[in-house]
Design a protein around this ligand. Structure first.
Ligand SMILES: *Cc1c(COP(=O)(O)O)cnc(C)c1O
Length: 483
């Protein structure tokens, strides 16, 4: 075994990994990459079919991002945001605010303030703590202390939600497999059904060889449930403080897309009940999910919420923020929320939260370069074409009897594998079907990770048509091998 692999086996504990399985075989040791290609220690090349766990946008070693980081390195790598401002973080905050508000003119809802942190979990943690404090302060004007104690601010999130792995973010999540083990140290949040058209509990979809969102015959029963949930909580005398959601597509839940209109309807309900909106765009942000795409668009919205004209009170960004280069995150919020934290020093209304690397210069420089690329004509054309090609290529998979559903939103696709497409019968988790298919793909030079039995394809934006064709045909071959 390669020396680096030996050291890994001896000392590295990998995330979300059964390490007993890991230790059974030699790991792939990545040593370099360029564009959509990763190279291992033996020189073998692989296609990065999940964009290095949903982070990479423009490809590896992109010349413009490399130069931006180099240039920043010549000045300084890091100085603290505790006490000092810095050049790239100031510029980046301005650009993020511009991108997040391009479609909105409602002044008090404008996202005008940016809190930087390090990763998706902390971006959610910041939103959660801000929303909690904000609700507490608003209510303290009218509520007695006794009532406030009885009814602390409550959060509503979606079934299957994943918002990260720190304790606050885990509390907002609803994936039993990940979260049950920590029940004792989590705070209680409520959940409501999210649309999963392929497995609609109201049975409004009979399997067809198409994306279940297209052939559903429903009366928005799932939206009705959201309405009911908000109404019931209000009746208890403690309306929800905030509604937390991944807009347009839930990632770790299994790439579960929302049909057009669901987001708008449910967030309108939440607003009508006075709840704050927390949008987790850690996966969907930065052009990853454009559902309504016109090839002539010279301006594509960068965020999923914008496509349904939803303006959240908190917009949480991470993964793709730096183009997938460096760990950095941002939580955007409104002037109104910001103002609630203003006061005399000794009132201690300060937001007591921060990280050592808040506003890191190298990360901010990479993010600025990535934003510039995203807004270039070339990138917009590239994404539009890639999205069309992805749609075309995916159609070939319907001929496989074990493909139950193919769910594409923009540049993300989830392919759900089932025992039999006519019955939708799932494979048992213990059969590890998704994992085995991805292992068979890796052998053939295409890397991705499944979510249960859903195979994820999330190509970097620079992926060429032949590379995309290889990703999909390799998936076909791998499924054939495993079945
Ligand atoms: C990945 C992810 C997170 C957590 O981000 P980390 O950087 O891994 O902490 C949160 N929300 C969503 C939707 C994600 O996909």
């Amino acid at each position: 075994m390669n020396k680096l692999a030996q050291l890994d086996h001896a000392h590295v504990w990998h995330p979300f990994t059964q390490m007993r399985d890991w230790l059974k075989r030699e790991p792939i040791v990545i040593t370099s990459g360029s564009g959509a290609v990763l190279r291992d220690v033996y020189g073998k090349e692989y296609l990065d079919a999940n964009a290095s766990i949903w982070t990479n946008l423009h490809g590896h070693r992109h010349p413009q991002i490399n130069v931006a980081i180099d240039r920043q390195l010549q000045k300084i790598a890091h100085s603290s945001a505790l006490g000092f401002a810095n050049e790239p973080a100031s510029l980046l905050a301005g650009k993020l605010v511009q991108a997040a508000n391009s479609k909105f003119k409602i002044n008090n809802l404008k996202l005008s303030k940016v809190f930087f942190s390090d990763n998706g979990s902390t971006a959610l943690e910041v939103a959660l703590k801000l929303a909690y404090q904000f609700s507490w302060r608003v209510r303290s004007a009218t509520c007695s202390p006794a009532l406030m104690k009885k009814f602390p601010p409550r959060f509503l999130s979606l079934d299957g939600a994943y918002h990260g792995d720190t304790i606050g973010a885990v509390s907002l999540g609803h994936i039993d497999l990940f979260h049950k083990a920590y029940g004792g140290i989590l705070f209680k949040t409520d959940k409501v059904m999210s649309p999963y058209c392929y497995r609609c509990p109201f049975n409004r979809t009979k399997p067809e060889r198409a994306d279940a969102r297209q052939y559903r015959k429903c009366h928005w029963e799932c939206v009705g449930l959201v309405e009911k949930k908000f109404a019931a909580q209000k009746k208890k005398g403690n309306p929800f403080a905030a509604f937390v959601f991944e807009p347009l597509m839930q990632g770790a839940a299994g790439m579960i897309p929302q049909p057009d209109g669901w987001l708008k309807q449910t967030t309108d309900i939440a607003r009508a009940h006075g709840a704050l909106l927390i949008a987790d765009e850690v996966m969907t942000g930065f052009g990853r999910v454009n559902s309504k795409l016109k090839i002539t668009n010279s301006k594509l919205p960068l965020f999923a919420c914008q496509q349904e004209n939803v303006q959240p009170d908190f917009l949480c960004l991470a993964k793709g923020l730096t183009g997938g280069y460096l760990p950095m995150a941002a939580t955007l919020t409104t002037q109104k929320n910001f103002d609630a934290f203003l006061g005399e020093y000794e009132e201690f209304k300060t937001f007591f939260h921060g990280h050592s690397f808040t506003g890191n210069q190298l990360g901010a420089a990479a993010a600025l370069a990535s934003l510039e690329l995203l807004q270039s004509k070339k990138s917009i054309q590239q994404r539009t074409q890639l999205q069309k090609n992805l749609h075309t290529e995916l159609q070939s998979l319907w001929s496989l009897p074990c493909v139950g559903d193919i769910r594409q939103v923009g540049l993300v696709a989830g392919i759900e594998l089932v025992k039999n497409w006519r019955t939708r019968e799932p494979f048992a988790l213990r059969e590890r079907t998704g994992i085995r298919v991805c292992e068979a793909m890796a052998k053939r030079g295409v890397l991705t990770r499944p979510v249960g039995n859903v195979i994820v394809l999330m190509p970097p934006y620079c992926t060429t048509k032949p590379q995309l064709q290889t990703m999909v045909s390799t998936l076909r071959e791998a499924v054939a091998e495993v079945m």
